[in-house]
Each structure stands twice: as C-alpha cells, then as structure tokens.
Design a protein around this ligand. Structure first.
Ligand code: ADP
Ligand code: MG
Length: 525
C-alpha cells in the first residue's frame, strides 16, 4: 500500500519499455529450437566421411574446416541459447581438445528429446533430473568400455589417427602424421606428466603435407639482421636481450648547437664510438646468437656479421619468451649486465628462407625440451586445417597418455551407453523414466549420424549395431577405406580417449538441462 501511494497510483515498470520478454512454453521452445539448429549445422561434419564447411566472414576471409569448435565460433552466433552450445564446443575443445562435434550434436538431440517430453507435459525439472541421472549411468557405461591393456605407442597412434581421419589429411598422410604426433608427445612426457604446452605447431605453406616434420626445438618467424651473418651456428651460446643496440633515440633528438666542422666531427665520432662499443661488448661477451626485442643499428649488425655472430632484432615478446624457456637463457635488459650465466644453449640455430618467409630454427641441446610440429601444405587453407587437425591429435594423444584410458570409437561407446541407460530406465519410477529413456535415444544420434554421413541408412545401421552390440559386445560402424563394416573398433584401431567421451556427455548434459530450465527470457533492446 505504502509503495502504491508513493508511486502515485501509476503502474510500476521495472523493465525498460524496449526490452522484450518471452515466457513459458514460448521461451522454452524458442531456446530449444535455437540450440537444435546449432547442432544441426555441424551434424554433417561428424566422422571420417564428414564433409567440410566453407565459412566466409564479412570481410571475405575464408575458412575451410571440419572442426566443430571452429565452425561454431566462425558462425557468429547471436541467439543466447544457441551461444550456449557454442560454449559446449569451446569447453570440450579446451578440456580435451576433441569431440566438439559429438558434444554439440548430443546436446542438440538432448534438446530435441526434451521438446517432445515437454509436449507430453513432462515438467522441465523432471527432465533435468532424469538427464542428470542418465548422465551418471552413462559415465559408468564409459568406464565399462575402457581398454584393458596399457596404452602403448601403437594405441596412441590409433588415437591420433582416429582423430584425424576425415580432416583433409589424406589416407597415407594421416598415418605418418599420427607417428609424428605421438613422437612429439612422447618427447614432452616427464615424470610429472605430459607437458603439452611444450609442443608447438608451426605452419609453412609451399610443400606437400608429406613434408611435415618434427623439429627438436622451436621455430620462429624471424630473419637475420644482416645478410652477411651465418645462416647456421652450431653449439650456440644464446643471448636474449631487451636492449636497443644503437645510439639511443633520446640522444639523437637532443639538440646540438654546432658552430664548427670540428664540433660536428666530434659528435659523429662520439656516436661512432658508442656504436662500436656496443658491437665490441657483444662480440666479446661470447654470445654466438643474439635475439633482441629492440632495434639493432646497421653498423652494429655489419660489425657482428664480420665476427660471425647471428643476430635477430625486433623479435616479438612471445618469441622472446619461447626462446628463453626453450634454451634456458635469461632475458637481459642492459648490455652491461650481460654475463655468461645469462646465455642459453642450443645445438644449432639456423635460418631458412621459404619464398616470402624467413624462419629461424633453434634446435637441440637445452632447446630440445620443446618440440615443434613443422606443418607443410600446398596452400594456406590446407595448412590451416592441418594445423587444427594436428592440434586435436596432439590433445587427444596427451589426454589418452595422461589417463591411460581409451574407448572404442565409431559409435560403439555411444551404443553401449545408450544400451545401459535404456536398461536402467526400466527401474526408474514415474515420469523421470521417460527422461532417462530420452537420454538414451539422444545418444543414438552419434552412430546414426556416422551412418548417415557414410551414405548408409541410419535406422538400418542402428538396428544392426544394436544387434551386434548385443551379441558381440563392442560394435561400431567402421569406415575402412571404401568399406563400411560393423565390427569391433579396437580391431581396426578406431579409438577415442575415454575423457573425450566423458567430457562430451557432461558438457552436453549441462548445456541442455540449463536451456530446458529457462522459462523466461528478458532481453534488453
Ligand atoms: P568430433 O568433433 O566430435 O571429434 P569428428 O568429425 O572428429 O568429430 O568425428 C569423431 C568421430 O568419428 C568419433 O566418434 C570417432 O570414433 C569416429 N571415427 C574416427 N575414425 C573412424 C573410422 N575409421 N570409422 C568410423 N568412425 C570413426
Ligand atoms: Mg574429432
């Protein structure tokens, strides 16, 4: 009453007039539709026969990819509920590095099933509870599918290859790339675990992807400061500086009142000797290779070239950090402070020209703690997609190695999960049972989609897969060259890390239940 009097009897608005509000079923169905649409948009890219997408942004920039997270991020999705599916893909990418399409597709189907349940008057909270319960059972089912033996190099290669098939890497290439990927991850394996961040990927256009190789060190986009510098230095002592090597800018700007030629000569001499001083200090320091984040005067470069020192100037801050961490060098901010103990070491530093690009390779010795997959490919689009595929492969191999757990791919794990969840549903009372069954149906979408993308009839394939699962245990829809067979994926080396499946179930369930629970959308103008 008091409030109404204060408001003078006027209706009270708490929202701005321009804001839009959708409530109840309308809000639910519009959110669900948006989420489903997003999942639908990546469905055709799933699996070894998945197709690619070409995405063109407003400035005409083109990306060709098969990678779920990349597609969803490039699509510039605005709808807030749809955006939550993009987040599913992103968190999948971040946590385990692969399975982004799978996670988005499962989330989309969980939403589709929820929509049907809502139409049958099953309450949203019942659906949410049922989905969470089903997700728990799904995790148990995944645990039952985990391989028994050790995850050795052979299996790691299969994990890498399974994640790369269908990524435009070509048949033979995927196999040799898988080998490179496993070698890279083994290289950064320590007692404390896998140091994934020590594996870099560097792309360089201009050769076939078969030329992709593992560099025992780091690769950076830099060229020598002077043409006459050596292109290769063995057993390098490496200095990393944040020092401008030249006459300091401040001094050049200072005004000289020069009255005579003598004075001018004096000033020039002073400058010359300052420059000479830097050059000699550096040459005498014993560094064979110098990286600095600042300018180097041409006279100094030329002098150091004569001394056989290889110098890189104006290097980026992140490159400097990489060199420091790879070679054990300490960054030095003033030339006078440079001591031998600040030097890093590498077996070899070399520069190489690739058409328009110059690259520096810092290899071996202390630098070999880091490795770089040096990706080659014919065109920019090819190397970009290869870079994403190799990035995924590095992630899955490191995930599989860290946990030592892999599960059968090709839809076999999803079939097993759906089966277990469906059986468990029978023991669940009330309408929640419907939600648990719906969860199982939503998981069928993975094998169904794999079948559809290989040109098979999805329903027939699903029926056959279930029957094979019933009689044989492990059964997936394996694409092997031209053939599509129902068999044990482990026999064909089609394996995924268990954590990729777990994460997909968890993030898809989380996003779908979050969207289902919303019954009121208030959008500011
Ligand atoms: P995601 O973004 O979910 O990783 P992918 O397009 O990479 O999507 O497809 C992954 C799915 O493809 C996994 O379920 C994996 O087991 C399956 N897969 C990989 N290789 C094969 C194969 N040779 N035959 C059938 N399925 C495969
Ligand atoms: Mg994948």
């Amino acid at each position: 009453m008091a409030q109404q009097r204060r408001m003078g009897g006027q209706p009270m608005f708490i929202l701005s007039e321009d804001s839009q509000r959708t409530q109840g079923r309308d809000a639910q169905s519009s959110n669900i539709m948006a989420g489903k649409a997003v999942a639908e948009s990546v469905r055709t890219t799933l699996g070894p026969r998945g197709m690619d997408k070409m995405l063109v942004d407003s400035s005409g920039e083109v990306v060709i990819t098969n990678d779920g997270a990349t597609i969803l991020n490039e699509m510039d999705i605005e709808h807030p509920a749809a955006q939550m599916l993009v987040e599913v893909a992103d968190s999948q990418e971040e946590e385990v590095g692969d399975g982004t399409t799978t996670a988005a597709v499962i989330a989309g189907n969980l939403l589709g099933e929820a929509e049907d349940l809502i139409e049958q008057d099953v309450h949203a909270t019942t659906i949410v509870e049922g989905y969470h319960e089903a997700a728990e059972i799904a995790l148990e089912a995944i645990a039952e599918q985990v391989n028994e033996g050790e995850v050795d190099d052979e299996i790691l290669k299969q994990v890498a290859e399974s994640s790369m098939t269908g990524k435009g890497t070509g048949g033979l290439t995927a196999e040799s790339l898988a080998e490179t990927v496993v070698e890279a991850i083994r290289h950064v394996e320590t007692d404390e675990g896998v140091e994934r961040e020590n594996v870099a990927v560097h792309t360089q256009v201009g050769a076939s992807s078969n030329a992709t190789e593992l560099v025992p060190g780091i690769v950076i986009d830099e060229e020598a400061a002077h043409d006459a510098m050596p292109s290769e230095v063995e057993d390098a002592s490496i200095a990393v500086l944040d020092v401008e090597l030249g006459v300091r800018t401040g001094e050049i700007d200072a005004e000289y009142a020069i009255d005579s030629i003598d004075q001018l000569n004096q000033a020039i001499d002073a400058e010359e000797s300052e420059v000479q001083g830097y050059a000699e200090t550096l040459a005498e320091s014993g560094a064979d290779v110098v990286f600095t984040t600042d300018d180097v005067d041409d006279r100094i470069s030329s002098f150091l070239a004569g001394e056989g020192v290889l110098v890189f100037d104006n290097i980026g801050n992140s490159d400097a950090r990489q060199i420091v961490s790879a070679t054990g060098a300490s960054r030095v901010g003033a030339l006078d402070d440079l001591e031998e103990s600040d030097f890093g070491a590498a077996d070899r530093v070399r520069t190489k020209n690739y058409g328009d690009d110059d690259l520096a390779f810092v290899e071996g010795g202390a630098a070999a703690e880091a490795v770089t997959v040096f990706v080659r490919g014919g065109t920019e689009h090819v190397v970009d997609e290869l870079e994403r595929a190799i990035g995924d492969a590095l992630d899955v191999v490191s995930t599989a190695l860290a946990s030592g757990e892999v599960v059968p791919g090709a839809g076999a794990t999803e079939i097993a999960i759906a089966d277990k969840v469906r059986s468990a549903a029978a023991g669940i009372e009330g309408r929640k049972q419907l939600a648990v069954t719906a969860f199982a149906d939503a998981l069928d979408v993975v094998p169904r989609t794999l079948a559809g993308n290989t040109g098979q009839d999805p329903i027939d394939a699903l029926v056959d897969l279930r029957a094979a699962h019933e009689s044989e245990g492990r059964a997936g829809l394996i694409t092997d060259g031209e053939d599509v067979t129902i068999d044990d994926p482990f026999e064909y080396g089609v394996v995924d890390p268990a954590d990729v499946k777990r994460e997909a179930i968890e993030s898809a369930t989380e996003a779908a239940t979050m969207i289902v629970r919303i019954d009121d959308v208030i959008a500011a103008e």
